[in-house]
Ligand binder design. Structure first.
Ligand code: KG4
Ligand code: ZN
Length: 356
């Protein structure tokens, strides 16, 4: 049970950008932010049969899950609603309907409790949550945020006031590419974890798939950008050619060679960015950071380059309330002004605006 009389304001974080209703309570302590409890309800099971997230179903599920999930988080933290000193909520990017349900709940709570409200950038939350797990960030770090919706490389001088977007995907996000290749290989949705599992049994050097935006000509404009749609097409062509020839598809080798190409590009560009910016700490976040091929290659390449690698445990890599509470806590710690009570949601919120 948390000691509600311990020093430091309590921040309630609410996340509803996609299919997870996440609510967490953190305490802004003198040296570090402490996670008191993190509660998550997911509607993924309701989307799986459609092969993708259906926004209307997600919105309704958030509406139904919101009050029980807030109650669960408060009970788990051992605090009451009136102990909360600030509310943080995802303002974007994400699905407009789900974002609107979360922001309406957050606004209602902020008005009822008469506490400040912070509208937070979801992608930054995926990096910020690592402070709750591995302690305060150093002065400068690199963050690679990879999920079904984003693949972004961020130079972080301050997690609220100093985020620079170095690059992002020009087409599919890493997880999205895995899910699309999963579909073409006939795997259930979402395909990412299935490809990961198959890849562990295959030969990553069996097929040389293309590494997008790594040619010398791409260095000027796209040194830190990613592109996975050409890779996905290359896998499709390779599989079709074998099918047309009546050959069996070596699923584990295709998965391993595809996963190796994605992990290679993500880690090579990220480590080059660390080197060129003199950064020796890398945080990887987002649901795709569960991927074994990425984790293994990042560990090897960071060790070679003398870079400290920080990856939160998987439950903090998928969408959750703690990541939003972490950004809210960082804003409270810095004494930043809160957002307006009529803050808008922004489905394509730019990464360099951490708060609205
Ligand atoms: O962050 P997240 O839970 O939701 C989004 O905000 O998108 O990320 C989910 C994405 C999905 O595309 C899923 O297939 C992928 O991450 N993913 C994986 C693995 N675990 C999740 N992809 C590859 N290997 C995994 N182990
Ligand atoms: Zn996310």
């Amino acid at each position: 049970m948390a000691d509600v009389h311990a020093p430091g304001p309590l921040v309630l974080g609410i996340e509803t950008s996609c299919d997870e209703t996440g609510v967490a309570v953190v305490r802004v302590g003198p040296d570090a932010t402490e996670l008191l409890f993190d509660a998550v309800a997911s509607s993924m099971d309701e989307h799986a049969r459609f092969g993708g997230i259906i926004p209307e179903i997600a919105s309704r599920a958030h509406l139904e899950a919101m009050i029980p999930t807030v109650q669960h988080a408060l009970a788990g933290a051992g605090v009451g609603l009136t102990d909360i000193d600030a509310i943080a909520v995802t303002a974007g990017p994400g699905l407009v309907g789900p974002l609107t349900v979360g922001s309406a709940a957050a606004k209602a709570l902020a008005v009822a409790l008469d506490v400040p409200l912070y509208g937070v950038n979801h992608v930054i939350g995926h990096a910020a949550v690592d402070e709750l797990v591995h302690g305060p960030f150093p002065e400068r770090l690199m963050a690679l945020v990879v999920s079904g919706g984003h693949s972004s490389l961020l130079l972080v001088d301050d997690i609220v006031t100093g985020v620079t977007e170095l690059g992002s995907t020009l087409d599919d996000a890493a997880g999205e590419a895995f899910d699309k290749v999963g579909r073409l290989l006939g795997l259930p949705y979402p395909g990412g974890p299935h490809i990961d599992r198959l890849a562990r049994e295959g030969d990553p050097t069996a097929i040389r798939f293309p590494r997008g935006l790594t040619a010398a000509k791409d260095q000027a404009a796209h040194a830190y950008d990613f592109s996975f749609s050409g890779l996905k097409t290359a896998v499709a062509r390779w599989v079709e050619a074998r099918q047309d020839a009546g050959e069996e598809i070596p699923l584990t080798d295709v998965a391993a060679s595809f996963a190796a190409a994605v992990a290679d590009v993500l880690t090579a560009k990220t480590i080059a960015a660390c080197r060129r910016n003199g950064v020796d700490t890398l945080v990887i976040g987002g649901g795709f950071s569960a991927n074994s091929q990425l984790r293994d290659l990042a560990a090897v390449r960071c060790a070679e380059a003398g870079i400290e690698l920080r990856i939160p445990p998987i439950r903090f890599c998928t969408d959750n309330g703690a990541m939003i509470a972490a950004v809210g806590a960082a804003a409270v710690r810095r004494g930043l002004p809160p957002s307006a009570l009529d803050l808008p949601v922004d489905s394509s919120m730019p990464l360099e605006s951490v708060l609205v």
